[in-house]
Design a protein around this ligand. Structure first.
Ligand SMILES: *Cc1c(COP(=O)(O)O)cnc(C)c1O
Length: 266
């Protein structure tokens, strides 16, 4: 019999002990919190499934980078390094660092959204929805019908329904839609990927009505990986080339760097 052993290509150098509780203690903790998990001290949680935000292990190089970080108040060399890498991947000129994704959304939507404004998305992440609604705007989800049927197989269940998007723009008027957003991958809808073809088609509709397209790009790298694996014509392209093409259809993006293999804040 042949064994296939997968050896993880890294060493685990740091451990953080977790506190174990008994079933009875957990019942007490839940009761005391009024059955609201947000009221439970994190120390009392054995496995925390609240979010994937900032929960990844970082590499030794990343931790070493913190020591080498330049905290200068202005003109920090760390900023210029960050800016040049983000520019290389996205092709965007103006890069604004924020402490995490929701802060970027707050800046963007307090400028463009507001009462009477509609922001369509394949599916809004809870923080983009909250930032739009906070300023009085309307967050609208337009996923493809296959995307909301868990038992169905489809390679790109994160796609936006392009026909519904166009009808929606005609109904509300392009002047009331400051931008269209695409979340790659579509995290609030199961972390499903969006195809390059879908991004291109959404771009075409946006161009037809003069509306900018923004990506919610927090897991663009994984989305690019799915395009490489599942979309015809991309098998031999690198993840970098695919990501670059994805961003080339967008006018801008917001991004949390706390997901996948990036960092625990930023
Ligand atoms: C996590 C996430 C955000 C918010 O990012 P934070 O860094 O947690 O504020 C926004 N959009 C998507 C799609 C996300 O998954």
């Amino acid at each position: 019999m042949k064994f296939k052993t997968i050896i993880e290509p890294f060493k685990i150098k740091v451990v953080e002990p977790i506190k174990f509780t008994t079933e009875q203690e957990r019942e007490e903790i839940l009761k005391k919190a009024g059955y609201n998990v947000f009221n439970i001290p994190a120390e009392d949680v054995i496995i925390d499934l609240l979010t994937d935000s900032g929960t990844n292990a970082m590499s030794s190089k990343q931790w070493a980078g913190i020591m080498d970080g330049d905290e200068s108040y202005a003109g920090s060399k760390s900023f210029f390094r960050f800016e040049s890498v983000v520019r290389k991947i996205t092709g965007f000129k103006h890069i604004i660092p924020v402490h995490q994704g929701r802060a970027a959304e707050k800046i963007l939507f307090s400028i463009v959204a507001g009462p009477g404004k509609y922001i369509p998305n394949n599916t809004h992440f809870d923080t983009t929805r909250a930032n739009i609604e906070f300023v009085g705007g309307n967050a609208v989800d337009l996923p493809i019908p296959e995307g909301i049927q868990p038992d169905l197989w489809h390679p790109f269940k994160g796609n936006m329904d392009v026909e519904r998007l166009e009808n929606f723009i005609k109904e509300k008027g392009p002047e009331n839609i400051p931008l269209v957003m695409l979340t790659v991958t579509n995290n609030s809808n199961g972390g499903q990927p969006v195809s390059m073809q879908n991004i291109r088609e959404v771009r075409e509709v946006c161009d037809k009505y003069g509306i900018p397209l923004f990506l919610d790009a927090c897991r663009f790298a994984e989305n690019a990986y799915f395009i490489k694996k599942r979309e015809k014509g991309y098998e031999n392209k690198t993840i970098f080339e695919i990501a670059r093409e994805m961003f080339s259809y967008a006018d801008g993006c917001t991004m949390s760097a706390k997901k996948d293999a990036f960092a625990n804040i930023g």
